[in-house]
Design a protein around this ligand. Structure first.
Ligand code: GLC
Ligand code: MG
Length: 250
């Protein structure tokens, strides 16, 4: 068995099937102790909502954390976001102008204060109007000279982030910082903000069986042998994918 770096989303990916999570935790715990594998959580949640989840679910202590949709990287043991990553994101980022531009759209409702972060501005946007609003917002942001990215997840959440930051770019930054090869790195996810971990990345991917249409449609349109679509849901899908790639014994 070779050590691997597992980078997994939390909501509806790692978390969602209690029995499967217990089994995956057991196997990961063993693999970390025996072979030095590493576990990283990559979530859209802020540090506040991440800590809340740790009180509700039996999560293993991770080796590192990627929070707020890739805009914050926390290396092992640190409570402070990695400064090198923050530095990169601050280039060309004008948070106030993003907020002022988005204020022109009545359909955008601000998410709670805890989810508004230095490099992340987040709204709720219903699916019924998302297809119309997002392209218009994109144009207006560009007209203001802003080079940002819009990420729509779960048919409800809209995140506006610096161009340099998403879960995929943060994953590669972390993997390189830890010195682990792409072929020993596996990303797992279920929704729109996870897509960046699978698109144009050298790492391997597992999409859980309960993935959202927004991610599945992209997956089918962009086939890749390094990406596995599991049948099982949530942690069961991660187990299935790790076995598929030979990282865990069947
Ligand atoms: C999490 C975050 C939220 C974000 C969403 C999608 O739910 O709390 O702010 O919009 O993930 O990325
Ligand atoms: Mg999710």
């Amino acid at each position: 068995m070779i050590p691997f770096l597992l980078i997994t989303d939390l909501d509806n990916t790692l978390v969602g099937d209690d029995a499967a999570l217990a089994e995956l935790n057991h196997q990961l715990d063993y693999h970390r102790k025996e072979y030095g594998s590493q576990l990283v959580y990559s979530t859209g949640r802020s540090v506040t909502l991440y800590h809340r989840l740790t009180t509700e679910q039996p999560l293993l202590e991770p080796d590192a954390l990627i929070l707020s949709v890739g805009t914050e990287v926390y290396l092992q043991g640190s409570d402070i976001p990695n400064a090198e990553w923050a530095d990169r994101l601050s280039q060309n980022w004008d948070r106030e102008l993003v907020v002022a531009t988005a204020a022109h759209f009545a359909d955008l409702t601000s998410q709670p204060d805890s989810e508004q972060r230095p490099f992340k501005v987040s709204y709720f946007l219903t699916e019924a109007v998302a297809g119309e609003v997002i392209p218009q917002l994109e144009v207006l942001l560009k007209d203001q000279g802003l080079d940002v990215q819009l990420i729509y997840s779960g048919g409800l959440d809209l995140d506006i982030l610096p161009r340099q930051a998403n879960k995929g770019q943060a994953m590669t930054f972390l993997r390189e910082t830890l010195g682990i090869s792409p072929s020993q790195t596996i990303a797992c996810g279920d929704s729109g903000n996870d897509l960046a971990m699978f698109a144009d990345r050298p790492e391997r991917g597992i999409i859980v069986g309960n993935a959202m249409p927004e991610l599945l449609e992209w997956h089918y349109a962009n086939p890749n042998g390094d990406r596995y679509l599991a049948q099982a849901h949530c942690a069961g899908g991660i187990l299935e994918g790790l076995q598929h790639f030979g990282f865990l014994a069947v």
